[in-house]
Design a binder for this molecule. Sequence first.
Ligand code: ADP
Ligand code: MG
Length: 731
Amino acid sequence: MSSGLRRQALAAILATQPALARQDQKVRRLAELYGMNVFGEQAMREHLPEAAFKSLQATIRFGKELDPHLADLVANAMKEWAVERGATHFTHWFQPMTGSTAEKHDAFLKISGERLLLEFSGKELVKGEPDASSFPSGGIRSTFEARGYTAWDPTSPAFIREGTNGSTLCIPTAFCSWTGEALDTKTPLLRSMEAINLAALKLLQAIGRRDTRVVYPTLGCEQEYFLIDRNYFLARPDLVASGRSLLGARPPKGQELEDHYFGTISPRVLAFMEESEHELWKLGVPVKTRHNEVAPSQYEVAPIFERSSLAIDHNMLTMDIMKKVALRHGFVCLLHEKPFAGINGSGKHNNFSMATDQGENLLDPGTTPAENMRFVVFLAAVLRAVHVHSDLLRITVAHAGNDHRLGANEAPPAIISVFLGSELTEVVNALVKGTNGGERKGEAAMRLGVSSLPPLPKDATDRNRTSPFAFTGNKFEFRAVGSSQSPAGPNIVLNTIVAESMTWMAGKIAEAERKFGLEAAIQQVTQQVLKDHMTVVFNGNGYSKEWEVEAERRGLPNLRNTVDALSTHDSEKNFALFETYGVFSRTEWDSRGNIAFESYEKAIHIEALSLLETAQTMILPAVLKHQERLAAAVGAARSANAGVDLYVQENLLKEYFELANELIKSLDRLRSLIAKGETIHDGPQHQKARFFRDEIRPAMEKVRGVADQLELQVDDALWPLPKYREMLFLH
Ligand code: ADP
Ligand code: MG
């Protein structure tokens, strides 16, 4: 029968629950596991001469330029350390503009006459030359030379990836063209971190703080994901091709009982979590929290926050390792933003703050008046950044997968606003008005940095899940980031816009200080910034219709989908911003926009083709088979001359015929639209992307709507695809 794969999947799952996959590991103690495969501080200390160690640490911690003589020493130390641990190969590990990571392995192998040498030189450590002409470049390639090179990023430690039968030394690198254009996400990220550093130092100095040497952005990525049994996955061509189900009727039970969130974790899922955590700990990824999420079969993992660049490398490793470990447990780990319609999608909450070399969190309200003052100044800078550049933040989360979350009445909305919580909002409003929180009206205007500042809330207790950018006590949580995305894009932009805002405020404070003195200058500028940008603060329900109306009144953009968001990509404001802060050249920023549009078109194209094929070759035959049986049954009833019942049955048949016809017609329409879409060449107006959004997506929805209705009518034994109720609940 046509439902072969589905039947086999079910049979495999129902036969006997496979024994939980156990790790075959000698080391299990957390203290031994943690960082064992990282060439970190301890390994460096052990394998490098004292002076070299110190010099490398200065590069890592304070961004001091790397001493070129160091490279050979470090390469040799790294090789020895790696070979001791069984590594046979090394690779430059980089993050091209595909959104994932890339690697090309070479053995430490050198033959000299008859002799075998294990070699890894400083040159090989510092620079690699992968034949990289097949990575997306967004047009840079056509104007410049095709080849690129990878350059060692000493701020992220090298690590060993263990394979089943061998191990590979991985060296985190940046990836550039020969003419110096960034072809990856790491290069602009590091530039944006430098922008944060310079700007935050300026702002600290402007408020009279000269004791800080380095400021860096910190990041903690909460990663959501789904796990489904691999047998189901393989029986669903849509999941295989696009990572999400393009068909599937809503199950009778979804997430409405709210019985999954924080529920007890099933032993099979826990076995997967434990093994992935072990693997991640070995790589020094500080994963800490695990729990069931809201939707059935949905989970979350969260690490302890780190310096952004490291946190991003670690998030990329987390996604990669989870996918691989899942397979060993007979699962597939789905990172798509919306694998299943009708239940919650997956995000990646991007917790952002800034830290100093003294260990201070600049977004922590602190306990002293001076700390409170510093906090309010940096808070104002972030608010201003988000308000002035909300379109840019929106762009960083715009892609085909995320369109099913943002603006689709699911967490969070496409309007970028900030949640401060009622307590902090009151404090800020009081600051703006120059009153003291209302209680002591009539007193002299409240002054920042003096004890009349009301105690600041240490904890934002009223958490608001509907806000895309929420203050949560001592950090901001950007919740619009999609689960499958590299966190690099959002953080490059976040760093740059906050840097711009801090620089701007530092300038304004310095200017006012000459006239009014330091304290008054800080007070005035901060007050003015808060006053001008409180319109971006919204503490209410972000999903409500009223908010859309209100946001429009406030002039906040509502860029509902990828095409709308990306249409603002190439504005002069954006080019100027990135150029000023040295994060993207014009060519680089332009190329990123092209890639984003291309990826959008390609994603929908693949989905459309997959849907067409699946519906045409799997659903339609089942539908027609059922029709044939139904017609035969009704025919039999007719010849038996069964009276009144016959009317009911004929009606049933008629309605079924209509649905089946609708399916055929909607498939015809989808097929011709795809053919038309394929002929469109994308120009500056992005007609192709618009066509995919306005014509193909709705045509896909139409096919799905009909097919999902039919799923609820066709004989279950004929239905070829694993159903939602099975994938989400039976494993
Ligand atoms: P919740 O689910 O309540 O938002 P979690 O504890 O799951 O909170 O996640 C919070 C995340 O924020 C963690 O990854 C944590 O390390 C991170 N985080 C905490 N403080 C900071 C900070 N100062 N900078 C960046 N991230 C932070
Ligand atoms: Mg969380």
